[in-house]
Design a protein around this ligand. Structure first.
Ligand SMILES: [Fe+2]
Length: 309
């Protein structure tokens, strides 16, 4: 039986480092977190010989990277970049099973991200070559369909540009909470951030979604639902929520040592607990194939599951 999807709504938060009322737990967790946080993206890169069957060491390295920063990078051997099956299988080895087959996913539930000249109904900015602002994936999904895990895999980079930046959402949480726990409290409110409905040609493709920015899942992990876009995001109108949103924007504008920038090469990918990320603009011409990435979004979080065999 498939377990019910976790909700992003904060029910009874209870004792947790992420509960703004539990300062003792928070301080201990914060110290441990920052002590092992990587100083460069190289520490999170794991060369993988066979994506279909990781060695115990490769698996352990990915899990360790994710534990430290909610992000791991992998590098497949040359010639494997184009295979979507390897992405599916790679995810399964970390408990990433339940794909979000959104409006634009291909038949196999994995989305091919490439520039399309003419947008189909409901298509969003990832299908253009423009800059993409800081966000977590699926921030417009319902509370029951929040995206917990993501694989972003590069088949072919752009000729120039298309660099990603990544930031562990737990670091964003620390940034806010250290300034004032009330900022975190405001972003944990169930009405903190609203995404208006997606209406195209009079047809509603997705209803309005209201929910918290930070929530704690059933396993006690921190989840973040966020977009730095100014259009189509409605922040709760009170002063604390507005200040919290401003505080996050400030974090992204700083040259923070916690932000990692990287341009994915062919065969490289990111496996993450839906950490914050953004993308620079990239060059695109009609000649040649251009930038192509595969994106798999899951309702599952990365887990250390038992392997067969
Ligand atoms: Fe994204």
């Amino acid at each position: 039986m498939i377990a019910p999807l976790p909700s992003s709504v904060n029910h009874a938060v209870g004792r947790s480092p992420f509960n703004p009322d539990c300062d003792d737990l928070y301080q201990g967790w914060r110290t441990r977190k920052l002590a092992v946080y990587p100083t460069s993206l190289d520490e999170l890169m794991v060369p993988v010989a066979d994506g279909f069957a990781l060695t115990p060491d490769e698996r352990a390295s990915v899990l360790l990277a994710v534990e430290r920063a909610n992000i791991a990078l992998y590098q497949l051997p040359p010639g494997c970049a184009r295979d979507k099956l390897v992405i599916r299988q790679l995810g399964r080895q970390f408990g990433l099973e339940r794909l979000d087959s959104n409006l634009c996913a291909d038949d196999d539930g994995i989305t091919s991200l490439h520039v399309v000249e003419k947008r189909r109904v409901g298509e969003y900015i990832p299908y253009t070559s423009q800059r993409l602002n800081w966000h977590t994936d699926g921030y417009y999904n319902s509370p029951q369909q929040q995206i917990r895990g993501v694989i972003l895999h590069c088949v072919q980079p752009a000729e120039s540009g298309g660099e990603n930046a990544f930031l562990d959402h737990e670091i964003a949480y620390i940034h806010l909470r250290d300034q004032n726990p009330d900022l975190v409290r405001a972003l944990m409110a169930p009405d903190a951030m609203t995404i208006p409905p997606n209406v195209q040609n009079g047809e509603q493709l997705r209803p309005e979604q209201t929910g918290p920015v930070f929530s704690i899942d059933n396993g006690g992990h921190l989840h973040m639902r966020y977009s730095a876009r100014t259009r189509n995001i409605i922040w709760k109108a009170d002063a604390v929520t507005q200040a919290a949103a401003e505080c996050l924007l400030n974090l992204f504008q700083q040259d923070s040592p916690y932000i990692f920038r990287h341009r994915l090469e062919a065969g490289q990918g990111v496996i993450s607990n839906n950490a914050l990320h953004c993308r620079t603009a990239f060059s695109h011409s009609d000649k040649g194939q251009g930038r192509l990435l595969y994106r798999a979004r899951y309702f599952d979080r990365i887990a250390d599951i038992e392997q067969d065999g």
